[in-house]
Write a protein that binds this ligand. Structure first.
Ligand code: NI
Length: 167
């Protein structure tokens, strides 16, 4: 397996809109495994292909404490949203920044697995947050885009400062 490089803001490639996956071959399965390894090593609970500069509709998620419940959602679509929840989010592409984001509390999502088989699942709480966050990446959206202009500006300043300090 290969650990992939994660893009960070303000990298413009994070704004790319991902294309649907049409070929479900061994290469795709290897990519999904590399995505999972990269996410676990980061460590993170979700990673979208966009974040490793592969612009296909694929995200990996694992919110379990034991890190033994990997999910790979390909061509995912949220078909129903209900309620509202506010959760403090972070992102591997926005290191060191955390902010409260308002999202749907329950979602119904359709997706395909690595073999192309179709699935449908319902998610709530943290899993619902995570899925909505990762699916945003596939549309070129990061969680900071959900904040007010002022809060987003403050977060970007903090991000710049942290980048300077790490140089
Ligand atoms: Ni993210």
């Amino acid at each position: 397996m290969t650990k992939l490089t994660i893009l960070t803001l303000p990298d413009k490639r994070l704004k790319t809109i991902a294309k649907p996956v049409t070929v479900f071959d061994q290469k795709l399965q290897e990519f999904a495994n590399n995505m999972l390894e990269t996410m676990y090593e980061a460590p993170g609970i979700g990673l979208a292909a966009t974040q490793v500069d592969e612009h296909i509709q694929l995200v990996v998620i694992d919110i379990s404490e034991e890190k033994n419940q990997p999910l790979c959602l390909i061509n995912p679509k949220i078909i129903q949203k209900d309620g509202q929840q506010v959760h403090e989010e972070g992102c591997l592409s926005v290191p060191g920044i955390y902010a409260k984001v308002k999202r749907a509390s329950t979602i119904e999502v359709k997706y395909q697995d690595e073999t192309g088989k179709e699935h449908q699942m319902q998610a709530d709480e943290l899993l619902a947050v995570c899925i909505q966050h990762e699916l945003d990446h596939l549309k070129g959206i990061v969680f900071l885009d959900h904040l007010s202009p002022l809060k987003r500006k403050m977060a970007m300043k903090k991000l710049e400062k942290e980048a300077e300090n790490s140089d």
